[in-house]
Design a binder for this molecule. Structure first.
Ligand SMILES: C[C@H](NC(=O)[C@@H](N)CCCCN)C(=O)O
Length: 452
C-alpha cells in the first residue's frame, strides 16, 4: 500500500509560520499605503500639494485595479499560473512602485535629478514630483492589491477547514500592524516636513524587504505543492473562462458582498487617508498627536479582527456581523460630522466595525465559490472595491477644497464626513440584502466555518 506523507499544511507550526511570513508582506504593503496620511500637511508645505492633489495621489493606487481591472486579471492569472509566479510578479510591481514614489519625493529628484526636466515638460498643472509620485502610486497599487489576493489564496491553501477565519483575521491584523507603524513613524521621521523624503523612503525599503520575504515563502509553497501532488496524483489544470466572471456576478449573494465591500471600505480607507488631518483641524491636535490618535484604530482592529474571526469559525453569524458592523460605521461618521464628541469614542466604534466586517466578509467567500476560482472571486471583488477607493479619496479632496476655498491650513470637514456617512448607509442596505439572500438560498453564510 502506498504511504500517504503528512503534507506541510497538516502541521500547525508550519501553518502559523507561513502566516507570519506572508503577514509580513501584508504589513509592509499596508505600511506604504498608509504612510502618507500623516504627511498630508507636510506635502502641502513642502510640495505645495492641494487637497485635490493629495486626493489624486491617494486615488491613483486604485487606477490600475479599477480601469485596467488589474486586481481581477491578477486573480485570474493567480488561478491559472499559481501562487508563486503570480505572487512574485505582483510583489515585484509593488516594490517598483514604492521605490518610484520615494524617488519622486526625493531631494535628489527635486533638485533637478534624472527625469526632472522631462517630468516638468508636460501637464504643467501637476508638478514633476507629483507626476512621478502618481506613477509610483500606480505601480504600487497594481502590485499591492493582487498581492492581497495572493495572500488570501495562500491562506485558503494552508488553512481551509482549519481555523480559516482566524487566519484571515490575523492576516488583516498584520495589515493593520503595518498601518499602525506607518501612522506612528511617518510623522515622527518627517518632523513637520524637514525629513519628508526619509519618511517616504523608509516605507519603500520595507516594501523591498517584503519582496525578499515572499521569495522565502515560495520555497515552502513549492514543497507543499510537491507533497500534494505526491499524495493525490492530481494535476491542477485550471482554464479560465468568462463564465467564471458571469457566474460570480449572477450569484446575488456574491454581488451583495462585493457591493458591501466597495461601500464599506470606501467609507473607511479613504476616511483614514484624511483622518489625521481631520483630527488636527477639528480638534486642534499636532500631526504627531493626530497620527497617534488615528493609530489606535489599526491597533484595536489588530486585536479584535482575529478574535471575531475565531468566533465566526466556531459560531458563524457572518451576515449578522456584517449588518452590525455597517450600522456601527454609519453611527461613527454621524458622530464625527455632526457632534463634538471626543474623537476617541467614534474611533472605538469605527474600530469595532473595521474589525467585525472584514472578519466576517473575507472568509465567507469559501461558502460561495470553489477554491479553484477563489483568486478570480477575490480579484473581482477588489477591482470593484478599488472603484470606490479611487472615487472617494478624490471626492473627499474635491469636497474639502470646495468647502474650504484657498487651501487653508485648517479646514472644515463636515461635508466631507457626511459624504462618508451616506456611503456607509448604502453599505448597510447591501448587508441586509445579503442576509435576506442567504436566508432564501441557504448558502450557509450564517453557519460556522470550522469543519465539525
Ligand atoms: C482585506 C482588506 N483589504 C482590502 O480590502 C484591500 N483591497 C485594500 C487594502 C488597502 C490597503 N492596502 C482589509 O484590509 O480589510
Amino acid at each position: 500500500m502506498e504511504q500517504i506523507k503528512k503534507a506541510l499544511n497538516e502541521s500547525p507550526a508550519m501553518r502559523w509560520g507561513i502566516l507570519l511570513l506572508v503577514g509580513f508582506v501584508l504589513s509592509v504593503n499596508y505600511y506604504f499605503y498608509d504612510a502618507f496620511s500623516t504627511l498630508k500637511d507636510d506635502m502641502r508645505t513642502v510640495f505645495g500639494f492641494t487637497g485635490t492633489d493629495y486626493g489624486l495621489f491617494s486615488a491613483f493606487y486604485s487606477v490600475p485595479n479599477t480601469f485596467l481591472m488589474m486586481a481581477v486579471i491578477g486573480g485570474i492569472i493567480l488561478d491559472k499560473i499559481g501562487i508563486r509566479r503570480t505572487g512574485f510578479l505582483f510583489v515585484f510591481f509593488m516594490t517598483i512602485g514604492a521605490l518610484l514614489t520615494g524617488y519622486g519625493a526625493s531631494d535628489y529628484f527635486n533638485n533637478g535629478g534624472f527625469g526632472y526636466e522631462f517630468m516638468g515638460s508636460f501637464l504643467p498643472r501637476f508638478s514633476p514630483e507629483l507626476k512621478v509620485m502618481l506613477l509610483g502610486r500606480f505601480f504600487f497599487g497594481l502590485g499591492a492589491e493582487t498581492t492581497i489576493v495572493v495572500v488570501s489564496k495562500i491562506l485558503v491553501k494552508w488553512f481551509k477547514g482549519k481555523d480559516l477565519a482566524l487566519a484571515f483575521g490575523l492576516k488583516v491584523g498584520f495589515g493593520r500592524l503595518g498601518s499602525f507603524a506607518a501612522l506612528r513613524l511617518s510623522p515622527l521621521i518627517s518632523n513637520e516636513g524637514t525629513n519628508l523624503s526619509s519618511a517616504i523612503w523608509l516605507g519603500a525599503i520595507l516594501v523591498s524587504i517584503g519582496l525578499l520575504a515572499f521569495l522565502v515563502y515560495m520555497l515552502f509553497d513549492a514543497k507543499l505543492d510537491s507533497q500534494i501532488q505526491e499524495n493525490t496524483s492530481e494535476k491542477s489544470e485550471n482554464k479560465f473562462s468568462f463564465k467564471d466572471i458571469t457566474g460570480l456576478i449572477s450569484n446575488r449573494a456574491y454581488l451583495y458582498i462585493a457591493l458591501l465591500c466597495v461601500t464599506f471600505y470606501s467609507a473607511v480607507f479613504p476616511f483614514i487617508q484624511y483622518a489625521p488631518d481631520f483630527f488636527s483641524d477639528k480638534f486642534g491636535l499636532t500631526s504627531v498627536e493626530s497620527g497617534n490618535l488615528t493609530s489606535y484604530l489599526p491597533v484595536g482592529t489588530l486585536i479584535f479582527t482575529p478574535v471575531f474571526g475565531a468566533l465566526i469559525d466556531r459560531k458563524g453569524k457572518s451576515a449578522s456581523a456584517m449588518i452590525f458592523g455597517a450600522i456601527t460605521l454609519l453611527v461613527t461618521h454621524l458622530l464625527f460630522a455632526l457632534t463634538n464628541t471626543p474623537p476617541i469614542i467614534p474611533l472605538i466604534l469605527l474600530g469595532i466595525s473595521f474589525a467585525l466586517v472584514p472578519a466576517a466578509m473575507w472568509p465567507t467567500m469559501v461558502k460561495l465559490v470553489d477554491e479553484n476560482k477563489i483568486g478570480t472571486a477575490y480579484g473581482l471583488m477588489y477591482s470593484i472595491q478599488n472603484l470606490g477607493l479611487f472615487i472617494f479619496p478624490l471626492l473627499a479632496g474635491t469636497i474639502l477644497d470646495a468647502t474650504n476655498p484657498g487651501n487653508p491650513a485648517v479646514s472644515d470637514y463636515t461635508a466631507t464626513i457626511l459624504m462618508f456617512a451616506a456611503v456607509s448607509l448604502i453599505g448597510l442596505i447591501f448587508a441586509l440584502l445579503l442576509k435576506y439572500e442567504d436566508k432564501k438560498k441557504h448558502f450557509g453564510v450564517e453557519l460556522p466555518l470550522n469543519k465539525k
